[in-house]
Design a protein around this ligand. Structure first.
Ligand SMILES: [Zn+2]
Length: 227
């Protein structure tokens, strides 16, 4: 399940030349979907046009569809114009590694629904992703590795943060800050379909590495082959 961040009245961040995060995220989601389909995966989308989908509904859509992975796609923004490259996050149930980005990405969430039923649902949602934290971390690591190669960055590791959009996902789930829309060079690259295709290729390779390292082994164990 590909989740293009923001949408509608929620623009997310924007670049110095005016590129909106909601627009770039949707373009990236389409590019990733095309590469995943070409690699033999089935891609689904939380949104396919400029509509705002409440954060709480995005993981629910993935759960309802029985998706194997949840990838939330965003663009980063920083006060330092030179900040560049990709950051991949998985859920933290406590404090995160980057308060600023969490405040931006959770801004569209609104308050959690308040009825007793939804409080229970919210606790169950947290437990759902809790069961997948190890898998989510591994998925974050394989995708971050490929995006680092693309950006020519060696040392950047994955981060953990309390993103609302990841809480309810009953599957491995990550949030990818694909590039810094606040960096004039990266804003310009985001407008280039060739760059978006490279990003999509890197994310797809990360997904394939993840499945090769995890699901394949799990399936073999379930089948109980001679090895
Ligand atoms: Zn965002």
């Amino acid at each position: 399940m590909l989740d293009a961040g923001h949408g509608g009245d929620d623009w997310g961040a924007h670049g110095p030349k005016g590129l909106k995060e909601k627009t770039a995220a949707l373009e990236i989601a389409r590019a990733v979907g095309a590469k995943l389909e070409a690699a033999g995966f089935e891609a689904a989308y939380t949104r396919e046009d400029d509509t705002f989908i409440p954060l709480w509904d995005r993981a629910s859509a993935a759960n309802a569809k029985g998706s194997d992975l949840f990838l939330s796609l965003h663009l980063n923004a920083a006060r330092a114009k030179s900040a560049r490259g990709s950051e991949v996050f998985f859920l933290s149930l406590g404090k995160g590694d980057d308060d600023e980005v969490v405040a931006v990405e959770n801004a569209g969430a609104g308050s959690a629904p308040g009825s007793p039923d939804s409080v229970v649902a919210s606790i169950l949602d947290d437990l759902a992703q809790k069961a997948f934290l190890k898998d989510s971390e591994q998925l974050a690591v394989t995708i971050q590795g490929q995006l680092n190669r693309l950006a020519g960055i060696k040392e950047r590791g994955v981060k953990q943060a309390p993103f609302v959009v990841l809480r309810g996902a009953a599957m491995p789930a990550v949030l990818v800050e694909v590039a810094f829309i606040s960096n004039p060079k990266e804003e310009a690259k985001l407008k280039d379909p060739a760059f978006r295709a490279k990003v999509a290729e890197a994310i797809t390779l990360g997904v394939r590495r993840y499945f090769a390292a995890t699901n394949g082994a799990v399936r073999r164990r379930q089948v109980g082959g001679p090895d």
